[in-house]
Ligand binder design. Structure first.
Ligand code: IMP
Length: 174
C-alpha cells in the first residue's frame, strides 16, 4: 500500500488560492471574464478559486483526454467535452491543476485561440518545470514543485485521491 507524504497542506493552498483570486479580480475588473475549468483535475481548485474572485464571472468546463503510455503525455489531445458557450470577444482564463510537460495546455491554448477571445490566460495550481517540453505561458501560478507525482486536491492516480484536501506525494511503503 502506498503512503502519502504531505507536500502542500490545506492551509497553504487556501492562502495561495485567495491571493490568486485577488490578483485575477484586480487584473480583470470591468472585463467580460470566463473561467474555463479543465476537467477532471482542476474541479477542486476551480471551485475554490471562483469563490476567491470578487468580480462577476462566467464559468465553463472543458474535458480532454491525452493519449500516451501510463502517466506520460503524448501531446495528442482530444476534447471529450467542449465549452457550452462561445468565447469570442471574452476575456478567458483557463484553469488547470498542473502543467507538467505543457503539451496538454499548449494544445488547448491553440484550440481556444481560434475562437477569438479578447484575451487568453492560464491559471495553474502547480507547475513542474523539470518536465517541461513546450513553453506555456502561466499568468497565475499557485506553486512550483519538483519532479514528483502528486495527488489530492483534484489530482488523481488511477482516479483515486482526488478528494484529499491537501497535495501529497505517493510513496511506496517500506
Ligand atoms: P501535461 O500535458 O504533461 O502538462 O499534463 C497535464 C496533465 O497530466 C494534468 O492536467 C494532469 O491531469 C496530469 N498530470 C501531470 N502530472 C501529474 C501529477 O503529478 N499528478 C497527477 N496528475 C498529473
Amino acid at each position: 500500500m502506498p503512503t502519502i507524504r504531505t507536500l502542500i497542506d490545506a492551509q497553504a493552498i487556501a492562502y495561495r488560492v485567495k491571493s490568486l483570486g485577488a490578483a485575477i479580480s484586480h487584473a480583470h475588473r470591468g472585463h467580460d471574464l470566463v473561467l474555463i475549468s479543465v476537467l477532471k483535475g482542476s474541479f477542486v481548485f476551480a471551485a475554490d478559486l471562483v469563490r476567491a474572485i470578487e468580480i462577476p464571472i462566467a464559468v465553463d468546463f472543458l474535458a480532454c483526454q491525452s493519449y500516451g503510455a501510463g502517466t506520460e503525455t503524448s501531446g495528442v489531445v482530444k476534447i471529450t467535452h467542449d465549452l457550452t458557450q462561445p468565447i469570442e470577444g471574452k476575456h478567458v482564463i483557463v484553469v488547470e491543476d498542473i502543467i507538467d510537460t505543457g503539451l496538454t495546455m499548449s494544445y488547448l491554448l491553440s484550440n481556444l485561440e481560434t475562437r477569438k477571445p479578447a484575451s487568453l490566460e492560464v491559471c495553474a495550481l502547480l507547475h513542474k518545470p523539470a518536465r517541461s517540453r513546450v513553453k506555456v505561458p502561466i499568468h497565475y501560478l499557485g506553486f512550483t514543485i519538483e519532479d514528483v507525482f502528486v495527488v489530492g486536491y483534484g489530482l488523481d492516480f488511477a482516479e483515486r485521491y482526488r478528494n484529499l484536501p491537501y497535495i501529497g506525494v505517493l510513496e511506496e511503503e517500506r
